[in-house]
Design a protein around this ligand. Sequence first.
Ligand code: TPP
Ligand code: MG
Length: 718
Amino acid sequence: MALQTRVKLAKLDAPKVHGLDHDTLIRIYRTMFLSRRLDDREIQLKRQNKIYFQISSAGHEAICAAMGLFLRPGVDWIYPYYRDRALCLMLGVTPLEMLLAAVGAKDDPSSGGRQMPSHWGQPKLNIVSKSSCTGTQFVQAVGAAEATLYYEGRPKALAQAKKAPLGEYVNHERDEIVYVSGGDGATSEGEFWESLNVACAKKLPLLYLVEDNGYAISVPVEVQTAGGSISKLVRSFPGLHVAECDGTDPIESYSVCKEAVQYCRERRGPALIHAQVTRPYSHSLSDDEKLYKSAEEREEEARRDPISKFALFLVREGILDQKQIESLEAEVDNEVREAADQALAAEEPSIDSIRMNVYSPDVDPASPAFEAETQLHGAPKTMVEMVALTLADEMAHDERITVFGEDVADASREDNLRHVKGKGGVFKATAGLQRKYGNDRVFNTPLAEASIVGRALGMATRGLKPVAEIQFFDYIWPAMMQIRDELCVMRWRSNGAFKAPVVIRVAIGGYLTGGGVYHSQSGESIFTHCPGLRVVMPSTALDVAGLLRTAIRCDDPVMFLEHKHLYRQPYNRSEHPGPDFTIPFGKARMVKEGSDLSIITYGAVVHRAEVAAAQLEREGISVEIIDLRSLSPYDWEAIASTVRKTHRVIVAYEDMLSWGYGAEIAARIADELFEELDAPVRRVAAMDTFCAYQPKLEDVILPQTSHITAAVKQLLEY
Ligand SMILES: Cc1ncc(C[n+]2csc(CCOP(=O)(O)OP(=O)(O)O)c2C)c(N)n1
Ligand SMILES: [Mg+2]
């Protein structure tokens, strides 16, 4: 291998320089230079229109190469960002693999041509797929570090995770650590602060590297960060080891990384390195730094360039002479040329492949494998009781399951458990679980929704099965980017290398009396609009049992919408259907057969439709009701067959009338079943405004039985 050829040039009995032997110093330089040359080559290819995007690691090579000496590929868990090329080279990502990503080749191991270059990801090296979002990685890395501690105490969970799909990449070692990096700009994201809070509170083995090149595109660091120094700001986090270094100097970086890595390995808590680096090549090829950086600044950066500085150092210290440097560089150039030639000749992904890995290829939650008979027993349970019972059943045999969110534990202060009944969720949906399964499996989180979902994703990436709770649908928005850009996309963007089988339970919906705009909203269509995510919304306790179990046993992210108004109703209770009762996703429930008209509905409107149908029955009108219960996927067969039977259809839903979930169903019926219709498709839905606190106002906003009855009569007049 080329690297070894060069290493032989060093004198075997050479003394150490700053604690580093000559081979290591040469290895660092070679990696830094290779990183720079790969950037240069990509820039050339971009200018020749042979690749489509370029973002460089130039200026960041020294700190990244130094860090790479301490992280162990396939053992430590790595959440790098796009300027970590030298680190990834150190860990074993090859120049060819990097250039395969640049050309968007089928065999690009990070994404199969789906993501931009420099979005690293390789499961065999524990390098977790990264998105383009600045900052999302921090909370995911927290989840990964929580998995480290969890596996330490729960070997059975590790064994179970290894048996699941992609289990070949599940691993854990006693002194492993998690690494996460980002730029100075990314530290302004809330997720950075949310992550530090949890990492310090839980003393996680998490190493942060902030690569501060003084700019976030054109925004200078003093505008980005109060006082201009992130390390100054974070020094008061308890237990956080903080160090600052010149990240353009590999030797200084080496000693700082060594100490920080050791701190994390010894389980003393998290560490943060603030490395001052440069950014000599503009933000990306789409940016021109001359538009906002002065000539003096750019000259100063050039003087600090890590590559030229370190080459000079090696010559001055007598480690390599000028000729040896030139020969090393020529060798690297050859390596890059060969890799580029190979990458340019590489096969492109097939057009058909675009649909692959949106969902799990291993577990199909809509398949007959999830059909099961009920074994009803015990007293009837409400919907909310059934949530807790189903979680308890599944947790009993699957130690990978963790349950967390705001207020979900019985009591965080364990001593109190002897004297108090316990909270177990604001709706009691998780009551008793902490008491039964321990506070490492069931725990409260800080009030920070992005980190709840991000942590869940980090745990799921490492093989756990998190069931996270978002207390109210109205407060899901801080987590939106973690859901839409991370959870939903993880499997697809890594071309099936990583997965995100998280269950997010969310209390949703109105009809509350006094809920108001922030405790009553719907909005399921926003999430059914996200490929990669399964969305279900049961309206009975029996469906809760079946669908929640399927959600947990499936291998995709699932949003499990629990209607608050239905939690404790007497009319939808059920006896326990047995510990293995599952219901396939995408299968509607026939609530009531009828012949004159069909109502397609779900959630709290199901019962309103039933009441309307009972009234209409007395007037001789026969209504068929379909409860979709699974919104993505949904049961088009059931919809089509009821429309073919009655030829008149109402789509009734609590979401907004315009662009709400039912609008799409109505559009598809009009589009594909037009010939079957004897009347236009009608929607009965919420007004396009907000749920008000005043009950009278809420009544007019949300769909009511009377609205359904009126719509039925109107349609029958056609
Ligand atoms: C959440 C999010 N907002 C905005 C962007 C657009 N964007 C990409 S990189 C970047 C600047 C990042 O700066 P910094 O964190 O300092 O990293 P650097 O590129 O300087 O290494 C911005 C604004 C993004 N990718 N993600
Ligand atoms: Mg920056």
